[in-house]
Design a protein around this ligand. Sequence first.
Ligand code: OAD
Length: 243
Amino acid sequence: MIDESLIRRLKASKKVAVLTGAGVSAESGVPTFRGEEGMWKKFKPEELANFDAFMRNPDMVWEWYEHRKDLMSKVKPNAGHYAMAKMEKLFPVFTLITQNIDNLHRIAGSENILELHGNIRRNFCINCKKQYNDEHLTLGGGKVPKCSCGGMIRPDVVWFGEMLPGSILESAFKAAETCDFFLSLGTSAVVYPAAMLPVAAKKAGAVLLEINPETTPLTQSTDYYIKAKTGEVLPQIVEAIIK
Ligand code: OAD
C-alpha cells in the first residue's frame, strides 16, 4: 500500500525529476555494480573501466565492452522503465536523469532523458572524436576497432577518473534544484556527482522519495522511503496518480 500523502504530493507537483541507477535495470537482467550480485565483485573497475587500462590493453577492455554490449542488446525494459515513460506524460515538466548506459529508458519510451554516464551503443574515436554507433562497427571480434583516421574507437561511456559531460550535468542540477518532487530510484547513491542530485533537490525544497530494496546513505534524508523493487512499485504509483 502506498502512502496517500505521497500520492497527493506527487499528484500536485508540476515539475518532477528522477534519478535512476543500475537497480532499475536489475529486473531486466542487467547486473548492478555493487551488492551481492554486483559486477565489481567479479571484475576490478580499475582494470576495465578507465582510460589508462584502455591504453595499456585496448583489446581486453574493448572485449569486455563487447560482452556488455551483447548482454544489453538482448535485455528488455521492465515494468519500472515503462512506468517512468508513462509518468513523463502526466507532468508538465519531467526530467529523467540516469546513470545507466543500457538505453532501456529510451526503448521504453522515455523522451526527456539526461544520460550522465553515456550510452553503451555509442562509441567515438579517441583521436578525432568521430562518433560511431554500434551499427557502424563490426562487433564480436574482441579487437578494438579503428577509425578512418587510424585512431582507436572506445565506448562513449564515462570511465573512472573522467569528467561527466558538462552540459548534461548542468541540466541535471537545474532539473533537481527546480523540481517539486524528486525520485531516487535503484541507485546506491554513493557515486558522485550523481549522488549529489537528490541532496540538492531536497535542499531546494523538493519532496524526496527513494525506492530501493536496500537502504542507502540517502535514506535518512528522504521524505518517503519505499523498501521495494522499482518494477513492482512504480506501476502502482502511476496507477494511483492516474486514478
Ligand atoms: P549500484 O550497483 O551501486 O547500486 C544499485 C542499487 O540498486 C543498490 O542500492 C541496490 O540495492 C538497488 N537495487 C537492486 N535491485 C533493485 C530493484 N529491483 N529495484 C530497485 N533498486 C534495486 O548502481 P548505481 O547506483 O547505478 O558508474 O551505480 C552508480 C555508478 O557506479 C554507475 O553508473 C557506474 C558505477 O561505477 C560508471 O560506470 C561511471
